[in-house]
Design a protein around this ligand. Structure first.
Ligand SMILES: Nc1nc2c(ncn2[C@@H]2O[C@H](COP(=O)(O)OP(=O)(O)OP(=O)(O)O)[C@@H](O)[C@H]2O)c(=O)[nH]1
Ligand SMILES: [Mg+2]
Ligand SMILES: [Zn+2]
Length: 351
């Protein structure tokens, strides 16, 4: 398998030039556990670790290698593992805000301190499948959050409505999704019953990487297993399973598919906190942004002001109140994040 089939392109080639002169080799990160990486390079899988210098010079989580990254490797003779010298610039990455950690304290019920950082789930991705279950856990507001982050990451979103076999009112669900997702492709499928599974062949193409995102239990791994058509993942997850019958994915993993495309399966996260500036809502809430543009006052709070286009749209049933509330919630979260990030960056610069 050549590098192109793994997603190597001119973008990476350009930045790799410097490392090539130093005799380093390119490879792509398949999985990570602490400082142990599995890398695919030169037609084989190998273990790798970052160099001491890399570790010393790296302050933030986002600068460590992540699944999907291209890295510059030293092949040491007679060593059990390769050495990662650098991460090549990413074409894109799916990021969320890390759950607060490190030195966090509660003061009068409010979290102070801790690290305000982004967490990179996976990188260099062509398509992000936002998976949701057509069962009792259908959460439209969650899709909105994923859409905000996927757009921000510069990845093409596709919405997968899984568990079609459990659904009796598909039209209703599709309408809800179309209302918030506009032109984003929406595919109803059932991984368990093998319904409409051929939609994936439009995305799983040689050299292309797709990622499955969504809450725990929506069926990301079931879809992945179906597509792989073998027992690879299942076997692995059974060994990790708690014996309760369900195999929760615990780490991000890149898997080669026989189409020569690549699949990244991710664990469903409990908290999907936003990361980015307030502008990241421009695409995921384009409808609301358009309306705000038509409010009479520039500084309209969309409460009871005269000439408020938002309130009018809600009255006329052109916009649902819950969607507007969801927009406000995300906006507020991003405003708070901006303040916290500023404080955290100040702290980093002082070091
Ligand atoms: N009825 C039905 N059940 C499904 C379908 N797809 C998946 N399931 C079931 O949903 C449960 C969760 O599936 P998983 O594939 O483990 O979900 P996941 O999204 O990978 O979950 P995490 O790894 O925890 O993030 C399993 O019991 C599956 O058998 C489907 O199309 N129909
Ligand atoms: Mg899973
Ligand atoms: Zn207004």
């Amino acid at each position: 398998m050549d590098l192109q089939t793994l997603g190597w392109n001119d973008f990476f080639k350009e930045t790799f030039f410097l490392y090539q002169e130093k005799g380093l080799h390119p490879g792509r990160v398949i999985s990570r556990k602490n400082n142990n990486y599995v890398i695919i390079c030169e037609e084989k899988l190998a273990l790798a670790k970052i160099t001491g210098k890399f570790r010393y010079n790296t302050q933030t989580n986002k600068d460590f290698p992540t699944v999907g990254d291209w890295v510059a490797l030293e092949m040491k003779k007679q060593s059990s593992h390769l050495l990662i010298h650098a991460v090549l610039p990413r074409e894109n990455a799916f990021v969320r805000k890390s759950p607060i950690s490190g030195g966090r304290k509660l003061k009068e019920g409010v979290v102070i301190g801790g690290k305000t950082e982004e967490q990179i789930i996976a990188s260099n991705i062509n398509t992000a499948f936002i998976v949701i279950g057509l069962d009792n856990n259908f959460e439209i507001r969650r899709i909105e959050r994923y859409l905000t982050l996927v757009y921000h990451s510069n990845i093409n979103p596709v919405i997968i409505l899984n568990k079609l076999d459990l659904c009796f009112s598909l039209d209703d669900y599709i309408k809800q999704v179309k209302d918030i997702a506009g032109m984003v492709p929406v595919h109803p499928i059932s991984a368990e019953k093998g319904m409409n599974m051929d939609v994936f062949s439009n995305y799983l193409l040689p050299g292309k990487t797709v990622v499955f995102l969504g809450s725990s239990g929506v069926g990301k791994s079931t879809i992945t297993n179906y597509l792989l058509g073998d027992e690879k993942q299942k076997k692995q997850s059974i060994s990790k399973s708690t014996g309760k019958g369900r195999h929760t994915t615990t780490s991000v993993e890149l898997i080669l598919h026989h189409s020569n495309g690549m699949i990244i399966d991710t664990p469903g996260v409990r908290e999907l906190q936003l990361w980015g500036d307030e502008e990241i809502l421009d695409q995921s809430f384009e409808d609301i942004k358009q309306l705000i543009y038509h409010c009479k006052f520039n500084n309209c709070h969309h409460q009871k002001e005269p000439g408020c286009a938002i309130q009018k749209a809600i009255e006329d049933n052109l916009l649902s109140r819950s969607r507007f509330e969801s927009y406000q919630k995300q906006l507020f979260e991003l405003q708070r994040l901006r303040t916290k990030r500023r404080d955290f960056e100040k702290k980093l610069n002082k070091k």
